[in-house]
Design a protein around this ligand. Sequence first.
Ligand code: UFG
Length: 326
Amino acid sequence: MKLCVTGGAGYIGSVVAQMLIDEGHDVCILDNLSTGHKSALPEGTRLVKGDIRDDASLDDALDDGVEAVLHFAALSIVEDSVAHPLTYFDNNVGGTLSILKAMNRLGIKRFVVSSSAAVYGAPNALPIEETAPRRPTNPYGHSKLCVETMLEASKRAWDLRYVSLRYFNAGGSTEKHGEHHDPESHLIPIVLDVAAGRRKAFDVFGDDYDTPDGTCIRDYIHIHDLATAHVLALGAMEKRNFSGVLNLGSEEGFSVLEVIETAERVTGTTIARIIGERRAGDPPGLLASSRRAEEVLGWKKSHSSLEEIIQSAHEWRTRNPDGYPD
Ligand code: UFG
């Protein structure tokens, strides 16, 4: 298929783009390289360097018979969204709106998009099913909820087929692709930086939550398994006319301290930690039910034990101590 991947130079988009190329698809990447990396671009893709809010860039990227769009280009740092809400709505909602308008204009009717567990806010019950109330607690989560609202309405109005994949906490690396944000705010890469001596100590954001060890619980899912779900989602739209939302998580929860302890075992080091204040907007616990993705897509997780996620991230970082060169 001829496909457009927005955000294909980013952490998750680059892994999906690589998998699509490996499966024989023809992939064009639209990325403004604001947070993505040139050297993360898979070989064999055409890059349109431009913004998803720019019609000329969209026309270029969606040219020539593109049949589906996989949309990753978004801002995704919860704390940042609290400080800069309008920037988040502009990029995530405004950007998706301009993609959908271009698709509608060009008659492209298949769309796979990165959504997030952040749409649930602080859930009443775990594990979280897709039918749980959507009550985001930060602008990032609200921006993803707005996107899902646009998709539901577009499905009814102009027959768009879509799959909105609600990621839990993405982690890990593949042979070629790894996690490199600047600045880094995510737990696993920061823990590994401490293990490698690039940082002195890890700041634990609160140990007074109502969880067994007092630190927040998250569901970590390997980017390889996330990527597989995107490829299956294309097939489900194509062959079974499927549209809808699906959780993607490992269905296992780990506290911040358990992640640190696992990283200590994987790296064979002691990781210094400092217990600090809670971070604004952090829900105490997130844990997915991915039953629906398994049923609808035939999705099977194969790399998402916490050890494998951390081991693969550690190996990539050891091979690429400074991350991507550009
Ligand atoms: N944490 C620390 N110290 C740090 C960094 C993180 O204690 O220096 C803690 C956080 O408080 C949280 C856990 O580690 O409890 C995970 O934090 P991350 O920043 O790695 O990830 P988040 O859970 O905040 O958010 C991630 C994505 C979001 C997505 C969410 C969905 O960044 O885009 O997962 O679960 F919405």
